[in-house]
Design a protein around this ligand. Structure first.
Ligand code: API
Length: 330
């Protein structure tokens, strides 16, 4: 029996474990221990991954399953947009449904199957919500402000402005030039705010964005609990909202926004529900690259030595899709 899958959204890679397929689900301690091991770049499987997605049943009446996200360092992420697309595909195939809700840590989120981005590239849309800006929800402190929207923060970088948005996991965003994108600023800010610091004391995902044209961006993210990833779904969603708010001349609510990233491309759509707040649709690939068979007893003892790995063959279609999109950074 297949116990695990290796999956990705925009090459943001995960192992996916469905606890309902086990006789004895892993305890939370077992899950964290296993996540840190299997995702480790040198000790784990298949060069590791950016996290473990744990699927389970939901007791919320309108959800067909739940998702928990464990980062490579064992910390828990309240949300993961690229991961939720792959969980949505898993649940869609398991239950034969194309539109449903998934329970996540802070919200029950609407998801749906969409037209494939390309041949052999299954595509899903996931709701990114709730959106807040206040310092308590991110959380941040010691910045002499209750919200941070397009403001200079010389403590982070003397030449940039920053926007902080929780969706609900925390994001810090800056719109930058090509030169800054290629500099070491993102690594510097990402490392500073994800080690002990007085500002984002729980860490924060940091994204730098370059405006390519109308409703078009390139985004790179240094993730909380992980480091640089090829793409961060919640990061690209939060950045799309910041794009609409800070650059209304170049981006519009309700329009499709194209977001290129080092692992490929997604589409977003930012909605403004007035008093009910903002939410974002994140649309992109949900690719399964490998099936991994591990005895259930080995899962409990965190032994990956006997894992049997087989490729699904889907990666070739994904790579053909990426080769066909115009790369804005070249
Ligand atoms: N890569 C994920 C987000 C993981 C978030 C995590 N790094 C955190 O907030 O701790 C995404 O596609 O949205």
């Amino acid at each position: 029996m297949t116990q695990l899958q290796k999956v990705h959204g925009s090459m943001n890679t995960f192992f996916l474990l469905d606890q309902t397929e086990l006789e004895q689900p892993l305890s939370q301690t077992e899950l964290v221990t296993f996540a840190k091991h299997i995702t480790d770049a040198s000790e784990g499987l298949l060069d590791g991954a950016d996290g473990l997605l744990v699927v389970d049943k939901s007791n919320h009446a309108d959800c067909i399953g739940s998702m928990q996200v464990i980062n490579t360092d064992g910390s828990i992420a309240s949300m993961c947009g690229n991961g939720l697309r792959t969980v949505s595909r898993h649940l869609a195939e398991k239950f034969g449904q194309d539109e449903f809700k998934v329970e996540t840590q802070d919200a029950d989120l609407h998801v749906s199957r969409e037209a494939n981005f390309a041949d052999g590239v299954p595509t899903f849309s996931v709701e990114i919500s709730p959106v807040t800006f206040n310092k308590e929800s991110l959380p941040f402190s010691n910045l002499n402000t209750d919200t941070l929207i397009d403001q200079p923060v010389p403590e982070f970088d003397e030449n940039l402005t920053f926007t902080a948005i929780a969706v609900p996991n925390p994001h810090l965003i800056s719109f930058v030039s090509e030169d800054v994108m290629e500099s070491d600023s993102l690594e510097h800010v990402g490392k500073m705010l994800n080690s002990e610091n007085p500002y984002f004391y729980d860490g924060v995902n940091v994204s730098y964005a370059k405006i390519i044209g109308r409703n078009s961006l390139f985004v790179r993210t240094f993730e909380r609990g992980v480091g640089f990833t090829n793409a961060c779904g919640t990061g690209m969603s939060a950045t799309s909202l910041a794009f609409c708010l800070n650059h209304p001349d170049a981006a519009s609510f309700e329009d499709e926004i194209t977001v290129f990233n080092p692992g490929g491309m997604v589409k977003t759509r930012v909605h403004d529900r007035d008093s009910e707040g903002y939410y974002i649709d994140l649309i992109g690939n949900a690719t399964i690259t490998h099936d991994v068979e591990i005895d259930e007893s080995d899962l409990h003892t965190n032994n990956i030595e006997n894992a049997q790995i087989s490729e699904t063959g889907e990666q070739a279609a994904y790579e053909a899709f990426v080769a066909g999109i115009k790369d804005p950074v070249d």
